[in-house]
Design a protein around this ligand. Structure first.
Ligand SMILES: NC(=O)c1ccc[n+]([C@@H]2O[C@H](COP(=O)([O-])OP(=O)(O)OC[C@H]3O[C@@H](n4cnc5c(N)ncnc54)[C@H](OP(=O)(O)O)[C@@H]3O)[C@@H](O)[C@H]2O)c1
Length: 257
């Protein structure tokens, strides 16, 4: 793959591709002519995503020659379950790029109970670690992995020590895997606050709006981000053939303010 390649005719696997940042990345990959395999727990959400990816805005129906039908496949998968991860990759077979945004967790202060304290590692770190473990036999040597972190790693607030540590661990994992798996490239995307359906531990709409407004004052660009902006970073990391071991922060300058 050269330095300025696209995802045309590449096979891209996105675990957590049925909504938010993963779905936006799927749409951009399909738009470049990739075959995209999306996985998640909810069959209904997967089906909705598959339908959404067929809409003209994805570019699929307007470029049938480049994007023939069947360019999107869906699999039900709970990425906390190692057996499911292994059989998922056995069924997918050889592919080029892996992106692993699928996660669900809660966070809390240091006084939280053990379940809350372990939640981010259980729901976000180990699922990504294990996904790479079972993907490796099938991953193209000219391909890549993009792990999902979060800019809280570099600028924590006062209510999520284990969440900050988890994201820091994911960023270190990216570097270690870049060394271990070369020439496969491994990078990390570490976004700021992005408006998606992420359930925020079931927080009310008002609480979310409050956090979004607070974020406007906490970053240099004065606004939250959107899923397409993060997906653009992910596609860059998949397609730039000389970038490995990097963490990029589509965060509007949150970590500098
Ligand atoms: N939004 C933000 O502000 C922000 C900021 C920094 C980092 N991030 C990170 O970005 C990632 C995605 O966030 P998002 O905002 O795009 O959320 P989202 O819209 O809720 O999307 C999450 C996706 O992951 C899937 N998923 C969740 N748990 C899963 C599991 N156990 N196994 C397999 N798939 C699972 C979901 O589908 P199912 O529920 O059907 O499984 C869905 O497809 C998370 O890792 C989050 O930490 C988000």
């Amino acid at each position: 793959m050269d330095a300025m390649s696209t995802l045309r005719d590449q096979r891209v696997v996105i675990i957590g591709g049925s909504s938010g940042i993963g779905l936006a990345a799927a749409r951009q990959a399909v738009g470049q002519g990739a075959e995209v395999i999306i996985a998640g727990r909810s069959a209904e959400r997967l089906q909705q995503a598959e339908e959404a990816l067929k809409l003209p805005e994805s570019g699929v129906s307007s470029h049938e020659d480049i994007h023939p039908a069947g360019r999107v496949r869906t699999f039900r998968l709970n990425n906390r379950n190692e057996d499911e991860l292994q059989s998922f990759f056995d069924r997918v077979g050889a592919f080029d790029h892996l992106f692993t945004p699928g996660a669900s967790y809660v966070r809390g202060p240091i006084t939280s109970d053990a379940e809350t304290a372990h939640s981010c590692f259980e729901g976000k770190f180990w699922p990504q670690y294990n996904a790479v473990k079972y993907a490796v036999p099938y991953l193209s040597r000219s391909g890549s992995v993009v792990l999902m972190s979060g800019a809280f790693s570099q600028r924590p607030l006062g209510d999520g020590a284990s969440y900050a540590a988890c994201n820091g661990a994911i960023e270190s994992l990216g570097k270690a895997l870049a060394v271990e798996l070369a020439p496969v490239r491994v990078n990390v995307v570490s976004p700021g606050t992005i408006v998606t359906d992420f359930n925020w531990e079931g927080a009310s709409r008002e609480k979310r709006e409050e956090s979004y407004n607070a974020y406007n004052d906490m970053c240099l660009l004065g606004r939250t981000g959107n899923a397409d902006e993060v997906a653009h970073t992910v596609v860059y990391l998949m397609t730039n053939g000389y970038t490995t071991g990097s963490t990029l922060f589509p965060d509007g300058g949150y970590i500098l303010r």
